[in-house]
Design a protein around this ligand. Structure first.
Ligand code: KG4
Ligand code: ZN
Length: 341
């Protein structure tokens, strides 16, 4: 089955074309095209994503991104079986642009459309072709940590489509905390990569920031207090070395994410730990979870860097895995800003 997927939930306009086959036990994905057009430079001067600017840019970029796929519509019509589009969660004005574009294209090419959940996309990005790790390494039960700009979720997965949510953030998401702390340090948006970059020159043990919820016997997260601690620290120590603040903050986030994930893996006897979402691009976080997984003799899987942040390939993967579940309720074709997993 060939799926053309469209993603516009935040500030990346992306279209991908994937060849998908195999069943739920071992779905296989071949990425024929994956084009991502980033709006980062448009939002940077505002320090974050402005929903109406995102909408305007998506409307402008969608036809260009489709063109960049490099396949004329007459051939696309012959090639593709279905069009998938993100319907949520995300910024509603941005989501609508993708949905409207998908519907128009569907009519033009006479193809059905299926809605996809962006968070399922992040989760299933772990099944996309990965160079170093084979998806055969994904053995259940598995613990999945999804860390993005809007979400921090820990799942206990019994199989590819059956899971229970162990916990999520009670306030800010991990990526949001990176973005907000970066702004305090006068670093540009998105903050995660900037903090990672300057943290290399800092000491992660220089400042003892709190590890929120670390010792609570649950799997919830909270990053708002940590963010406030950084704010007060900067107010009280204006001459402090930025790199030390960045490194110490990053280490606090990594400690909480790693320890809770590893504890869950132990408690639920997981055979695999999956890491995904934009923050999974963070190298020290990947390294920390990798080392701790090895100690626990649990497989560790993280998507290639290309698929950590928003992309349409993961949306095609989510749509295919949904299509394999004949009885699963299909998503409404409308923007659902707060759609949950
Ligand atoms: O998944 P994503 O692309 O979009 C959402 O679904 O939210 O995640 C974006 C988030 C941003 O908060 C960004 O700062 C963070 O991922 N991020 C990182 C890194 N790269 C992106 N956070 C920490 N370290 C990174 N290297
Ligand atoms: Zn995302």
């Amino acid at each position: 089955m060939n799926i053309l997927a469209i993603e516009t939930s935040c500030d990346e306009t992306s279209i991908a074309l994937l060849k998908c086959n195999g069943g739920l036990k071992s779905p296989k994905f071949k990425i024929l095209k994956n084009v991502v057009s980033s709006q980062i430079m448009v939002h940077r001067e505002f320090g974050g994503v402005v929903p109406n600017l995102a909408k305007r840019e998506h409307i402008k970029n969608l036809p260009k991104v489709l063109k960049k796929i490099g396949i004329p519509e007459s051939r696309l019509k012959k090639m593709i079986d279905i069009i998938a589009v993100t319907v949520g969660p995300g910024l509603e004005p941005a989501l609508w642009t993708g949905i409207n574009f998908a519907e128009e294209l569907g009519k033009k090419l006479n193809k059905p459309i299926i809605g996809a959940n962006h968070m399922e996309g992040h989760l299933y990005s772990n099944w996309l072709p990965i160079t170093k790790v084979k998806s055969s390494k994904i053995i259940f039960p598995a613990i999945a940590l999804i860390v993005s700009g809007g979400h921090t979720i820990l799942l206990n997965m019994k199989s590819i489509n059956k899971w229970t949510k162990l916990g999520e953030t009670l306030d800010d998401a991990a990526g949001e905390a990176f973005d907000k702390v970066a702004r305090m340090l006068n670093l540009s948006y998105p903050g995660g990569p900037e903090i990672q970059k300057i943290a290399v020159k800092g000491n992660p043990n220089a400042i003892k920031f709190p590890r929120p919820m670390l010792n609570k016997p649950n799997y919830e997260f909270s990053f708002s207090g940590l963010k406030t601690s950084v704010l007060y620290y900067l107010r009280d120590n204006p001459k402090t070395k930025k790199a030390d603040v960045a490194a110490s903050f990053q280490q606090a986030v990594i400690d909480v994410l790693t320890k809770k994930t590893i504890r869950a893996a132990g408690e639920f006897k997981a055979k695999t730990i999956l890491l995904c979402g934009g923050v999974s691009a963070n190298k020290p976080l990947r390294e920390s979870l990798k080392v701790q997984s090895q100690k626990l003799k649990v497989n560790f899987v993280v998507p290639d860097f290309e698929f950590n942040t928003d992309n349409a390939s993961m949306i095609a993967a989510a749509a295919y895995i949904n299509l394999l579940q004949k009885n699963k309720k299909r998503l409404q074709m409308e923007a659902q800003g707060n759609l949950s997993l």
